[in-house]
Ligand binder design. Structure first.
Ligand SMILES: *[C@@H]1O[C@H](CO)[C@@H](O)[C@H](O)[C@H]1NC(C)=O
Ligand SMILES: *[C@@H]1O[C@H](CO)[C@@H](O)[C@H](O)[C@H]1NC(C)=O
Ligand SMILES: *[C@@H]1O[C@H](CO)[C@@H](O)[C@H](O)[C@H]1NC(C)=O
Ligand SMILES: *[C@@H]1O[C@H](CO)[C@@H](O)[C@H](O)[C@H]1NC(C)=O
Ligand SMILES: *[C@@H]1O[C@H](CO)[C@@H](O)[C@H](O)[C@H]1NC(C)=O
Ligand SMILES: *[C@@H]1O[C@H](CO)[C@@H](O)[C@H](O)[C@H]1NC(C)=O
Ligand SMILES: *[C@@H]1O[C@H](CO)[C@@H](O)[C@H](O)[C@H]1NC(C)=O
Ligand SMILES: *[C@@H]1O[C@H](CO)[C@@H](O)[C@H](O)[C@H]1NC(C)=O
Ligand SMILES: *[C@@H]1O[C@H](CO)[C@@H](O)[C@H](O)[C@H]1NC(C)=O
Ligand SMILES: *[C@@H]1O[C@H](CO)[C@@H](O)[C@H](O)[C@H]1NC(C)=O
Ligand SMILES: *[C@H]1O[C@@H](CO)[C@H](O)[C@@H](O)[C@@H]1NC(C)=O
Length: 368
């Protein structure tokens, strides 16, 4: 029974794919939008609360349908939000006909299959969210050709390939591709998305080096590329990211070389997690020094590396420090007396080092 219904829905979905739309010759209107949404409805094989099956009825205007918002001026669909409905299905190419769509939120469902190329026709789209589905195949590079696009979220799917494009993502501010199976090198066009503020490529299979051109993304606030297979050194050019707040490159066990001292010249950087890489060399001694303001540093996590030398005295002058994890590195030396001045310190992990902490107990009473 269940299987028959699935099969039937599949056939309907398939037919709707291949039939020319009733309005394919004319200009697009609200009927085009209705047909596009009906095509989507036909591609849904499981709707646990029978929500769309009941509510998306042709006896009423699409503008009354659940999850659908129409614009006042043109009376066309401007937003489609069907997130968290537990839906299973595929994404039909007809969605590319919702030509006034600005917001598309299909996150937290069980949509599978690939993303249709036709989404690139949506020239007014600003926000796409397909997080937490089972989409596979390519990240369609055509999506980056939507010049209005500001936010693209594809977290937690099964995407495996991202093709390099040229000249895309002009207004993209936020890109989340984390928790997929993306392979190959980080596509270099990402560093041409000059408006990017948030970039998360964590938990994928990216290989190769961190492109030094990422240092050109001067509006970047968050750079998160942890748990990949990156190798080579952390480029000095990341020191050009003058608005960077969070840098998360942990669990790339082949990331080598020194930590670029320029990073500690970024006055906005408050979180650095480089745990479990293969970083070597001494820590730069310009951390939290007087002549610049990296005084906002709050979280510094460098455990499980091969960082040598002593812990720079300046570190203990970062007044905002809350979490410091330096364990399992060949650090040596002493914990200085002034560590007791760090009134915000919550966690200090120094195990697996050669550090002597004569003043540790007497000076720290706020550490848990
Ligand atoms: C709607 O989309 C389908 C598939 O992408 C296409 O064949 C059809 O021509 C489109 N309709 C209009 C009115 O553009
Ligand atoms: C569909 O849902 C919307 C929003 O909850 C509601 O206003 C509308 O009456 C429903 N339509 C039908 C046919 O159930
Ligand atoms: C979509 O709808 C869900 C649940 O109704 C809501 O939590 C979410 O904020 C909406 N998403 C957007 C982008 O408006
Ligand atoms: C993006 O648009 C340009 C023209 O504006 C076109 O040449 C290129 O093929 C498009 N790329 C993709 C991946 O659709
Ligand atoms: C990717 O595309 C850019 C142009 O946008 C080009 O400069 C770069 O060489 C390409 N990279 C690869 C690996 O093909
Ligand atoms: C990036 O994505 C990972 C995996 O989904 C998540 O755990 C992490 O919090 C994200 N990073 C940021 C800075 O949001
Ligand atoms: C991007 O960065 C590279 C290397 O860091 C540099 O040579 C190039 O001039 C930069 N390009 C732009 C457009 O800023
Ligand atoms: C380091 O990262 C690798 C994956 O890159 C993981 O398998 C390993 O368990 C991590 N080691 C530690 C100590 O967290
Ligand atoms: C770091 O910043 C300070 C103050 O802005 C500047 O004097 C110094 O040259 C910078 N260091 C580097 C390596 O750019
Ligand atoms: C730390 O506090 C002590 C007093 O406990 C003070 O003498 C010293 O100057 C302070 N150090 C810094 C770096 O602020
Ligand atoms: C990175 O730092 C380690 C400690 O060195 C923590 O255990 C991790 O939870 C932390 N991870 C993230 C994503 O910040």
């Amino acid at each position: 029974m269940e299987t028959n219904q699935t099969l039937r829905l599949f056939i309907v979905c398939f037919l709707l794919h291949s039939l020319p739309s009733s309005s394919s010759l004319s200009t697009k209107n609200i009927i085009t939008d209705r047909d596009a949404l009906l095509a989507l409805k036909a591609c849904i094989t499981h709707d646990p609360d029978i929500l769309l099956a009941k509510n998306w009825s042709t006896s009423t205007s699409v503008c009354n349908w659940i999850g659908v918002t129409c614009g006042v001026r043109h009376h066309r669909v401007t937003a489609l939000n069907i997130s968290y409905l537990g839906l299973t299905g595929t994404i039909p190419p007809q969605l590319g006909n919702l030509s006034f769509l600005a917001l598309l939120a299909i996150d937290d469902n069980n949509f599978y299959g690939s993303l249709p190329y036709e989404l690139a026709h949506l020239r007014r789209l600003k926000y796409i969210n397909f997080n937490y589905n089972q989409l596979s195949g390519n990240v369609p590079s055509s999506i980056f050709n939507i010049s209005s696009l500001q936010e693209l979220r594809l977290k937690h799917n099964r995407l495996s390939l991202m093709v390099n494009v040229s000249g895309g993502g002009l207004n993209l501010m936020s890109l989340d591709l984390s928790e997929n199976s993306l392979e190959g090198e980080i596509p270099s066009f990402i560093s041409e998305c000059k408006q990017l503020q948030f970039l998360n490529l964590s938990s994928n299979n990216f290989r190769g080096g961190i492109p030094k051109e990422i240092g050109n993304l001067t509006k970047l606030k968050t750079l998160s590329i942890f748990l990949n297979k990156l190798e080579g050194e952390i480029p000095q050019e990341l020191g050009n990211l003058v608005e960077l707040e969070r840098l998360l490159l942990l669990d790339n066990v082949h990331l080598t070389g020194h930590i670029p001292s320029l990073l500690f010249n970024i006055s906005t950087l408050w979180q650095i997690n480089l745990t479990n890489n293969s970083l070597t060399g001494d820590l730069p001694h310009n951390m939290c020094s007087h002549h610049h303001q990296a005084a906002v540093l709050k979280i510094l996590q460098l455990s499980f590396n091969q960082i040598t030398g002593t812990i720079p005295y300046n570190l203990w002058q970062c007044r905002e420090l809350a979490i410091v994890s330096l364990s399992y590195n060949p650090f040596r030396g002493r914990i200085p007396r002034n560590i007791g001045n760090l009134t915000k310190l919550e966690k200090l992990a120094l195990g697996g080092n050669n550090i002597i902490g004569r003043y540790l107990i007497e000076s720290i009473n706020n550490i848990i």
